[in-house]
Each structure stands twice: as structure tokens, then as C-alpha cells.
Design a protein around this ligand. Structure first.
Ligand code: ZN
Length: 310
């Protein structure tokens, strides 16, 4: 069994409009844009990262905004809800803020004993705020959002699956412990995690497969401390029969990817070297950063990207 996973590292989704996406995550949700770079496989597309002050693992929501991409159709085989952790008794603040800003899909309910406010991102992204009384992570303070309401990072993610059995086994192998079940949803928790500690599996046998597009989560990444731990995790997964990619340098972390039995793409990413690798923490995300292989093409790349602020 793997013992080195610390919870989520980041969640990566797709969007249809970079400027709208940037505005929503920085202004409406008050996250910090901790990196402004490009998709390393397609430098005509931004890769935008939003998180806490330093982009700590377990706080970072990332997006590939493909301009004018078609909306995804939700279904099984993907992340069905990305959940952010907020302080207890803060949902009223968020509900008022979301109403004032015209955010769609507001539903207030309770999940596993915690108050939840579901809402939609600009492309219909299925997002939720979950109240937690004991999240020790510090907030990034921006946009007039008070510290007793500001997002602390992810709480976790809920996966929509036809059948959960094989993914339950995988999560157990990854070090997650099975917790309660509520309706069709089974909760898994990582012990000693970074705060982004839960994975919920929703069993939806009659739901069609998702068609990925704008608003869909592309993959979910789990955190390990360093490359040594990542190598051990990679070997353990491969010994169990998973097809895992080689280690890929993403400049701010190293990544490996594998497809899970339920269809969701998982990544395991290192906490090293982090987002201050190429700019000071005080100025994260302010200017476009490129991987070195694209630096010679900076003028062309910049000319192809819409400026984030109008
Ligand atoms: Zn990733």
C-alpha cells in the first residue's frame, strides 16, 4: 500500500474564455492567481493557476481556457464536483455575494454533516463550498472577502462513476480510508493529509458517460512531497498493473498520470519545487511565464493570447 499521498495537489479543468475564467476565480472567489503560463503541450492556450498565497498543494485550481470551446456534458467517468473548504458559518456571506454577482446554480444543503453551497462556474463548472470548523490552513485575503469566509483550499472532490468498486480498491491502495456512506456517495479520507483530504465516490449506474468540454474537470492530481516519493508511488502503481506515464517536468512540480478504472484521469504531482521557482512569492502570477523551450517564441505566443485584464 502507498503511504505517501497527502491529499489533493491540484484540480485541472477546461474553460471557454480565459478572461472570464480569470475574473471568476480571482474576483468572485478571491483566489490568488499564482501562475500565468501556457499549456506545455499547446502554447497557444493559457494554463492559469489559482490558489492560496504560495499555491500550496491542496489549494490549486488550474484551467486550460480554450477560447470558444464547447461546453462539456456532465456524466460519469469524471469529477462531478470540486469542493472548496470555507470556515464555519460563512455560507450566508457567500450566498449573498454569489447572488449579487449573478452566479448560477446556487443550492444550499448538507453533505456528510457539513453545510454545502453548490454553485456553477462560468462554463457550468460544478463547484461547491463546504463549511469546516477545523481547517487550519490560512486564507489568501483579496476582493474584500473577510478571513472568516475566505477559501482555505480544496476540501476534496467527488467523482461520478458507473461503478465504484475498482476505484474504491484503488483509493484504498493509495492510502485512503473508507468513511461514511450517504445515499449513493461513499466518502474516502486520507489520514495526515494537507487539508484537501476527501474523495467522494458517487455510484451512478444509469448516468451516461460525460462528454468533456468547457466546465469539465480534465484531471485530478494527488500530492506527494518529492520526486523520490513519486518514484515509489509510480512503481507501486505499475506493480499493481496500472499504466503510468513517465515522470514529466511541469516546471512547478513533476507529474505522472494514469487512467483509473472508472475513467477519471489521475495525476500524482510533487510538492517540489513550487510556484516560486521562477518568480518571487510577492509577485506570483503577474506576468506570463514560459517553459524554457518556448522562451524563444515568446513574442508569437503572447500575440496569440488574450490579455487577462481588459
Ligand atoms: Zn495536472
Amino acid at each position: 500500500m502507498i503511504r505517501d499521498i497527502k491529499g489533493l495537489h491540484h484540480v485541472t479543468s477546461m474553460a471557454s474564455d480565459a478572461r472570464q475564467n480569470n475574473r471568476f476565480f480571482t474576483e468572485t472567489l478571491g483566489l490568488r492567481r499564482v501562475k500565468q503560463t501556457v499549456n506545455f503541450d499547446d502554447p497557444s492556450v493559457y494554463h492559469l493557476y489559482y490558489g492560496d498565497e504560495s499555491g500550496s498543494a491542496g489549494t490549486v485550481m488550474t484551467y486550460f481556457p480554450f477560447q470558444n470551446m464547447m461546453l462539456g456534458r456532465p456524466g460519469v467517468g469524471e469529477v462531478g464536483e470540486t469542493q472548496f473548504s470555507v470556515p464555519k458559518d460563512s455560507l450566508k456571506f457567500w450566498q449573498d455575494r454569489f447572488i449579487a454577482q449573478g452566479v448560477d446554480g446556487l443550492v444550499m444543503d448538507t453533505v456528510f454533516g457539513a453545510s454545502r453551497l453548490r454553485f456553477k462556474g462560468p462554463d457550468g463548472d460544478s463547484l461547491a463550498l463546504i463549511e469546516s470548523a477545523d481547517d487550519a490552513r490560512g486564507p489568501w485575503l483579496a476582493q474584500g472577502i473577510p478571513s472568516d469566509a475566505a477559501i482555505r483550499g480544496f476540501a476534496g472532490a467527488r467523482l461520478s462513476l458507473h461503478d465504484t468498486a475498482a476505484t474504491e480498491e484503488l483509493l484504498g491502495f493509495m492510502g485512503y480510508q473508507r468513511a461514511e456512506k450517504e445515499g449513493e456517495v461513499t466518502r474516502f479520507i486520507i489520514p495526515n493529509g494537507n487539508g484537501a483530504d476527501t474523495i467522494d465516490l458517487a455510484a451512478l449506474p444509469k448516468t451516461p458517460f460525460a462528454r468533456q468540454g468547457a466546465g469539465s474537470v480534465h484531471h485530478v492530481a494527488f500530492a506527494v512531497d518529492d520526486r523520490e516519493k513519486q518514484l515509489e508511488v509510480r512503481k507501486a502503481l505499475m506493480d499493481t498493473g496500472y499504466q503510468v506515464t513517465p515522470i514529466i517536468d511541469r516546471d512547478y512540480f513533476w507529474a505522472i498520470y494514469f487512467r483509473t478504472p472508472g475513467g477519471v484521469l489521475f495525476e500524482v504531482a510533487t510538492n517540489e519545487p513550487g510556484f516560486n521557482r521562477d518568480e518571487d512569492t510577492a509577485h506570483l502570477g503577474e506576468t506570463l511565464k514560459l517553459p524554457s523551450r518556448y522562451e524563444n517564441f515568446r513574442d508569437q505566443i503572447e500575440a496569440n493570447l488574450v490579455p487577462l485584464a481588459a
